[in-house]
Design a protein. Structure first.
Length: 125
């Protein structure tokens, strides 16, 4: 899959209130991004299954939604180095992503991660 040194990874759950924000973002980006600039992956709620992809790239851009109490639509860029650096998430991938970062650190394969999150008000199950 690595045709670029950058991976853009969308995270999200269609069943939760974020309606798969990161997933929709990367799927739209696939149509609009010039080929070769970055590899794009719909990560859904995969968690640890994403480790094999993250290990292959020196630079990773993650897109996700967050329940952080900020006004809905607020976009933040976070440079997570440890699992505690991730903002609050709301769905089944929260634990997996935090554990994934710790695993990458332990293996010495932590890419340069830029996490972009959009605040949402609430979710409904």
């Amino acid at each position: 899959m690595t045709s670029s040194s950058v991976l853009i990874l969308g995270i999200g759950n269609y069943l939760m209130g974020d309606e798969g924000l990161g997933v929709h973002f990367v799927n739209q980006l696939k149509e609009d991004l010039e080929p070769g600039l970055a590899d794009i992956l719909d990560g859904g709620t995969a968690g640890f299954q994403l480790m094999e992809y993250l290990e292959q790239y020196p630079h990773v851009i993650l897109i996700d939604a967050t329940l952080d109490g900020k006004p809905a639509g607020t976009i933040q860029k976070v440079k997570p180095r440890f699992s505690k650096d991730f903002p609050s998430a709301m769905s089944t991938h929260e634990i997996g992503l935090k554990d994934l970062v710790e695993g990458l650190l332990l293996l010495g394969k932590m890419p340069d991660i830029h996490l972009f999150v959009m605040s949402i008000e609430k979710y409904n199950l």
